[in-house]
Write a protein that binds this ligand. Sequence first.
Ligand code: PRX
Length: 634
Amino acid sequence: MVPKISTLGGYIFEYQKSVTNPTGFWSNIAESFYWRKKWDHVLDWDFRSGYTNWFHGAKLNLTENIFERHLFFRGNQPAIIWEPNDPSETHRTLTYSELFTEVQRFSNVLKGLGIKKGDRVAIYLPMVPELVIALLACARIGAVHSVIFAGFSAQSLGERLQDAGAKLLITSDGGFRGSKTIPIKQIADDAMNMCKCVSTAIVLKRTGESIPMVDGRDHWYHDLMKDAGDTCEAEEMDSEDPLFILYTSGSTGKPKGLVHTTGGYMVYTAYTFKNVFQYGDGDVYFCSADIGWITGHSYLVYGPLLSGATSLMFEGVPTWPDAGRFWDIIDKHKVNQFYTAPTAIRSLMALGMDWLQNKSLATLKVLGTVGEPINEAAWHWYHDHIGKNRCPIVDTWWQTETGGIMISPMAGITPTKPSYATMPLMGIQPMIVDQNGKQLMGNSVEGNLCIGYPWPGMARTIWGDHERFVNTYFTTYPGLYFTGDGVKRDEDGYYRILGRVDDVINVSGHRLGTAEIENAINEHPLVDESAVVGFSHPIKGQGIYAYVVCTHFSTGGEEGIRNSIMMAVSTMIGPFAKPDKIQIVTGLPKTRSGKIMRRILLKIAEGKTSEFGDITTLLDPEIVNDIVKGAKEV
Ligand code: PRX
């Protein structure tokens, strides 16, 4: 059994142990799992070359730690409860033994289609149980899964398929999201036509739309599963064999395929899940994140299932058929722990208290948030009206790169403070550094957040580009992992995340690189250049503000060009990356060396009309006044 801390004193004691003797600490936690062969030694690392190896030489299969390890006691316990988009459709429950059978059958399907250990399998599916089955079947046979969020466009999907060198794609005819039906297969077809590597597709029937199937390439999921055998021996994996690739945006260039490996990720997600949420036997845990993002990987699928938990997954959106949907689900399935994003809380808060009428929410014990800073008003609303003043809130800070939660309260143990992620979890050594890389010691300091020592759940590389991994995370502050976030450590030693300090913006908890959006906008034939910044948005946390230079207009004028830019971004990235504001400008504030002075654009996007600091180095300082004037009309 993975140990669970239950008092503040216990946390302080264990934390001390975990940082004074990290290898002793983690090997002790790892003892709770089933390994086919134990490690020769616990950790090898060198942050300068971005090399980390946990549980060196150990052999295991992660799915044996979900199924074989739990079946005897939990065979009949629900592993997954699936709540469909439409509340009138019947929900589904898969017990640990039912899920195991499905996973083994699908493992046999994949093997039958020629998928072997190390092959990459891409998954582009809505939030249905088959998504979990697909992930675990890959892990069972040693294939590396790469889930691409089903809101991404064909272009984005195609680029990711190509980058990962995926051989097979698992997708569906369509998907339901609120009142919308998404043409998933059509997008997948376009993406597969763009890339050269995918030779096989498995298509799940979800919406029943009629869709074209490509002979020899496309196979129906249900046809393949009919004839598949019920048992499949797990592949033996090295602790450091890749488990999955997950793409995320950075400040420059294309999205990065972060690689997470097997042993360390298993130990870290299970340990942090149990401790942060204080999950207890029989609890029902509901994480509202999509499995297309890291939160869904680590805290809907792996962490909970490795802990023998009952994990609830939801296909739909919080506002359909009405804004009480989350609360109905919590009451219907007697949810004990609920984990969501601040954006969802803010949008439901803005819709008023009527949607909470007649909702009991009495089973809730713990509330969690993730993905972006939570403002105090939203924290209090969540605490008072959802948690009824009795449920601790765990504001969990972490990243795709970290694999698991890094700084967070442990529910009911760490005293909380609104908008603070509070204290580091076991083994995590946060450091605050200034612009020059000097470590800021003591309390009441603010700077850039780095981590000084490896933890088992961290990403090991960027798929196909280790140099980029090193340059992105380990060169800004040599010897430290740089998170890209600003942070404050207050007078009590509590951590408050201040947001990104690089050109990454966080829109409704979706992480987007400004360069990525600019590239999409610049594809538009009438656009000369563009600059994108984030601005404070009351619901989304950050909105997208695009300054666009166009010297020619088509017949639709400015409005026409705005609409077609929206379309271009939707097509290149996905609808969730559409700018909230587009300002057509005659030029951008550039220095004589051609560098865009983003701080000015950031200020204008926040509504400032003066106090831009020294602008004398600009090639054309007048442009600033023009942009300020134009901003009023956006
Ligand atoms: O800026 C931080 C913000 O989300 C970024 C990571 O995004 P992503 O890789 O998509 O993973 C999101 C889910 C783990 C971070 O660099 N972030 C995440 N959690 C918090 C947060 N900002 C403030 N408070 C948090 N609790």
